[in-house]
Design a binder for this molecule. Structure first.
Ligand SMILES: [Zn+2]
Length: 134
């Protein structure tokens, strides 16, 4: 990722900022030029809660350059209903369960050489202080 692109996306990366369609109220993340529901093109910024549940996950053993494997990728269903892809952190593969509560944290994603810029962004970890329901 080049620096201008990273700068442009920092609201999404740091604050999980999506958008709410002005026509139909649909929330979407990441931001897009058109609403995925009605095709509208007017939006308000909307900061998502960062809390959700694991919808599905996989362990990546082969990965694109800059993402040393293995790591865990998940589809997370946020409280607001938005489904997004993110890395899981602070958990081992055998501990992950479909439906487990997770929360967003900001972590270093990658670096561009020993003197290059660092890219921070969101990952999801198990919800701290979660009550176990039996
Ligand atoms: Zn819409």
């Amino acid at each position: 990722m080049d620096l201008p692109r990273y700068h442009r996306l920092r609201s999404a990366y740091y604050r999980l900022e999506g958008q709410r369609c002005a026509s139909c109220d649909t929330l979407q993340f990441p931001a897009r030029a058109r609403c995925g529901s009605c095709g509208g093109n007017a939006f308000e910024d909307h900061r998502l809660s960062g809390r959700g549940t694991v919808y599905s996950y996989t362990e990546m053993t082969q990965a694109p350059a800059g993402f040393p494997p293995p790591y865990l990728m998940a589809l997370v269903r946020l409280e607001e209903g938005v489904l997004l892809a993110a890395q899981l952190t602070d958990i081992d593969a055998h501990e992950v369960e479909i439906g487990m509560p997770v929360e967003m944290v900001t972590r270093r994603l990658r670096e561009h050489g020993p003197r290059g810029f660092l890219v921070y962004g969101y990952k999801f970890r198990p919800l701290l202080g979660r009550r176990l329901v039996s």
